[in-house]
Design a protein around this ligand. Structure first.
Ligand SMILES: [Zn+2]
Ligand SMILES: [Zn+2]
Length: 286
């Protein structure tokens, strides 16, 4: 399936790195992805081994020769820069530095981060702490990789579910190496409405006023199992969730996002499931 290349679109899915980082590129190529997302290490462990020169060389070479034009990384789910627990905060800072370093080594331009959760303090304290930590990390070392803050569903005590939260982090983190990864499922679960043409247009106008459309560097294209405003983060296959096909048709044809990589994080047993979702999205393109 090379429709992605023919249609000149950056579309793909999150790929497993099982068997080696370079395997993610092969998996993506096997179903015609032109963009993929990976974890550069196990996403549920703090610890990781340093990348060897051989691992780096193999990955870079495969990346150079691939028709996958955009690769972005997603940071570990354990990282919480806004944690009130000092030990978790310290571990999170160290882990994020390591992930940024790995992205630099692997020539990956964007690292997606869940901003964090306040657990038992409050949103403002949490946002302030997250912003301060990002500032410190980039002050200490000028990473090439840009950190992308992902909008969240607002489950539990997570921050980053409102456009205002995202704008606050971007405005105050003191680095230009920052942007947004927009997740459609998260935005819907957080309460944003973009299921009709009118609502879609209004939401982006609102986003542009508060955050700025040009801040979006990656889009996670996911339908939502749960209803709008549920604040529950459950991804669903395109067209089988509560968002509705119209929103995805509008997104796939939106000139503002023509050059932005669109990556699926939909449920999957194997690559066929990603391919099915990609085909649905490709058919939406006029
Ligand atoms: Zn995410
Ligand atoms: Zn996402």
């Amino acid at each position: 399936m090379q429709t992605t290349i023919k249609k000149n679109i950056l579309l793909g899915a999150h790929m497993s790195i099982s068997g080696g980082l370079d395997q993610a590129i092969e998996r993506g190529e096997s179903i015609g992805c032109t963009a993929i997302q990976i974890f550069t290490k196990s996403n549920r462990q703090w610890q990781t081994k340093k990348l060897t020169n051989q691992e780096i060389t193999i990955f870079l070479e495969k990346q150079r020769n691939s028709f996958i034009k955009k690769i972005n990384a997603h940071a570990s789910y354990l990282i919480n820069l806004g944690s009130p627990n000092k030990d978790v905060e310290r571990k999170s800072i160290e882990a994020l530095k390591i992930e940024l370093m790995r992205c630099d080594e692997l020539n990956i331009p964007y690292l997606v981060l869940h901003p964090g959760s306040h657990v038992n303090t409050d949103e403002q304290t949490c946002l302030k702490q997250i912003t301060h930590n990002i500032k410190t990390i980039y002050k200490e070392k000028n990473y090439k990789t840009t950190l992308l803050i992902e909008n969240m569903a607002g489950q539990g005590s997570t921050v980053g579910y409102s456009f205002e939260h995202l704008a606050y982090i971007l405005k105050n983190c003191g680095t230009k190496n920052i942007g947004i990864c927009f997740d459609t499922c998260h935005a819907f679960a957080a309460g944003y409405n973009f299921s009709t043409k009118k609502d879609y247009t209004n939401m982006w106008k609102n986003f542009d006023n508060i955050v700025g459309l040009k801040q979006i560097k990656v889009i996670h294209v996911n339908d939502s199992k749960k209803e709008r405003g549920s604040r529950v983060d459950r991804h669903q296959n395109i067209g089988q969730g509560m968002i509705g096909k119209e929103a995805f048709k509008l997104l796939m044809n939106d000139k503002n996002f023509k050059d932005i990589p669109k990556v699926l994080e939909t449920p999957k047993d194997n690559l066929n499931d990603d391919e099915k979702n990609m085909n649905i999205l490709l058919k939406f393109i006029k």
